[in-house]
Write a protein that binds this ligand. Structure first.
Ligand SMILES: [Zn+2]
Length: 258
């Protein structure tokens, strides 16, 4: 028996109305692909296409940290920084379908570029990739750190381990990442006044290394009134969020379509 429908999450900007994948930076050959139509033809059923971070946001809103809210923001911090918005009980996709790219907001006028080449973008400071890149740059500039012993394989986990062991450079990089995330969240609180902001992704393994500066920085930007009505919490669903979100989104989409 063919399924009634399939929902698929893709790592890049998509238009959920048409099923078009604009680009997928980490998937070779996926630019301008009509994924919804191609998959529907092959599978013989309806196919809903969504961005993977939007699906994770929808999952956290449906069954995780944002359950029971009307206005919810999800931020995921790992290799990159992504997110999704639920406003007044609806997943926000915007005119092009691509809304919710919370990793690509300005964070620092003079900051390094993110993976997409935006100078001073949040992802260029706060992603795992950025933390490792900035550690390498500091070492190349002669800064002393136990990270010098790691070599070419250096990644954000090494920086986390060094920070936990008291390394000054590693600690500073997590502090700056946390502060940048906190300020971005403070800005989001001002713009949207969400009830809950949930933060997920691999970098959450760093715990208070990230959360302490993050929480402190929110108040540097956010107005007191919306901040009092907002809880900032870790996401609840872990790596299952994409799968849960795809299922919940499929039910929502195909029920709405009848
Ligand atoms: Zn960017």
């Amino acid at each position: 028996m063919a399924p009634v429908g399939v929902a698929i999450g893709l790592p890049g900007p998509v238009d959920p109305r048409t099923g078009l994948v604009y680009a997928a930076p980490n998937l070779h050959g996926w630019e301008g692909i009509e994924a919804g139509r191609l998959l529907a033809d092959r599978l013989g059923c309806r196919v809903a296409v969504q961005n993977d971070a939007n699906l994770a946001a929808f999952a956290e809103w449906t069954a995780g940290a944002g359950r029971g809210t009307r206005d919810f923001v999800f931020l995921t911090v790992s290799t990159g920084v992504g997110g999704g918005l639920i406003l007044d009980g609806e997943l926000v996709t915007g005119a092009a379908g691509t809304a919710g790219e919370l990793g690509h907001v300005p964070a620092d006028l003079d900051g390094p570029p993110c993976g997409q080449g935006h100078a001073g973008c949040l992802e260029g400071i706060a992603s795992g990739t950025a933390i490792a890149e900035r550690a390498r740059a500091a070492l190349a500039a002669g800064e002393r750190s136990r990270l010098a012993a790691v070599g070419d394989s250096l990644d954000a986990r090494d920086v986390q381990a060094a920070a936990e062991a008291g390394d000054a450079l590693a600690g500073r990089l997590f502090d700056e990442a946390g502060r940048a995330l906190g300020r971005a969240i403070g800005g989001i609180v001002n713009v949207l006044s969400p009830e809950v902001v949930a933060i997920g992704g691999g970098l959450l393994g760093a715990g208070e290394l990230l959360f302490t500066p993050l929480r402190a920085a929110i108040g540097e930007i956010a107005f007191a009134v919306p901040l009092r009505r907002c809880r900032v919490v870790p996401a609840a669903l872990g790596t299952d969020a994409g799968l849960v979100g795809a299922t919940a989104w499929a039910v929502r989409r195909f029920t709405a379509e009848g």
